[in-house]
Design a protein around this ligand. Structure first.
Ligand SMILES: [Zn+2]
Length: 326
């Protein structure tokens, strides 16, 4: 990889992201809670409101004005992109998200720069212009967040029915999940990701995209201790009974596997791009070029964690070079 200005890897498509210009390649689930208060968990992409949310509500005899509260699990375009459209149609809707995610949820440009384009300056890695244009479009227009949740709150939906708010960071700093103690179901967003995101056709579309390894592992432990009877993530089939703990074990196992592969890849100095290429080759080339670039989120987290642990160094060159100090 050369300098930041010339070496941005082209992501050949927007792997794993719902593609507004064609048929969706994978799904995002938004949960609707119908108590005395009506709560929508996640807003989808900007285009999702007209395409999916309005028709789904209509099937229930509802429209956007019937919603009382929106909880955005975390700062990503497929979870926050529809916030502006929801609020424009229903000014009485209360918009909430995790406190640490507020800056990115409230400002789509901050989302693009702070999340999707975060590796360009230091690592020379970023999406191509076409993908960034699509990301800006699907991130929607800016919309203030009215309620900042930090975990520990409970949201009363009706008599005897409340949801507990959990702070479950790792994929994003302010990530939230909602626990329904009546059913024992946890609505987990993207806070635990197993070992892969599958597409609607059942094939692998996207690798796990946690960003902070230690926080992510703490979140796995927190959910294990909670022992939910059901786990409803936004991009994974619902898990029930023993399936919940096995999904959590798969989530942790993937992190441990990648950590080992990153350490094994640092026998020679490596840029973040080198780490992506080396780890993907050790995954037996699991991912084609575009989707392989999505490893950037987790591998950056693993490399920075090795630096924090004193097991690697990060030099001042651009792109940054990591070296093992073990
Ligand atoms: Zn997502």
């Amino acid at each position: 990889m050369g300098s930041a200005s010339t070496s941005s890897r082209r992501a050949s498509s927007s792997p794993g992201w719902p593609d507004a210009s064609s048929r969706p390649t994978r799904s995002t689930h938004a949960a609707l809670f119908l108590g005395e208060r009506r709560l929508l968990l996640d807003a989808g992409c900007a285009s999702s409101i007209a395409r999916f949310v309005v028709p789904s509500l209509a099937q229930l005899g509802l429209d956007l004005e019937d919603l009382d509260l929106l909880v955005v699990t975390h700062s990503d375009l497929d979870h926050q992109g529809g916030v502006h459209a929801l609020k424009a149609a229903n000014p009485g809707l209360l918009v909430s998200c995790g406190a640490a995610d507020v800056p990115l949820v409230a400002d789509p440009e901050a989302l693009v720069m702070g999340r999707y384009d975060a590796f360009r300056a230091d690592h020379g890695i970023g999406y191509d212009d076409e993908t960034l244009r699509w990301m800006r479009e699907e991130s929607g227009k800016s919309e203030p967040v009215e309620i900042r949740l930090t975990g520990g709150e409970s949201i009363r939906l009706g008599p005897g029915w409340q949801l507990s708010v959990l702070h479950v960071p790792g994929h994003s700093p302010g990530h939230l999940a909602l626990f329904d103690s009546r059913s024992g179901a946890l609505f987990s967003g993207d806070c635990v990701q197993g070992s892969v995101y599958l597409g609607l056709d059942g094939t692998p579309k996207l690798c796990p995209t946690y960003t902070d390894v230690d926080l992510y592992l703490e979140t796995v432990a927190k959910i294990e201790a909670l022992e939910p009877r059901e786990l409803h993530g936004c991009h994974w089939p619902a898990a029930r009974g023993d399936g919940v703990q096995s999904f959590l074990a798969e989530t942790r196992g993937y992190v441990e596997q990648i950590d080992e592969l990153v350490r094994g890849s640092l026998t020679e100095p490596a840029t973040l791009q080198d780490l992506i290429d080396r780890v993907n080759s050790r995954l037996e080339g699991l991912w084609p070029d575009g989707p392989a670039q999505e490893l950037v989120y987790s591998l950056h987290g693993h490399a920075e964690r090795l630096v924090e642990q004193g097991l690697a160094t990060r030099d001042r060159s651009r792109p940054v070079v990591y070296r093992s100090s073990a």
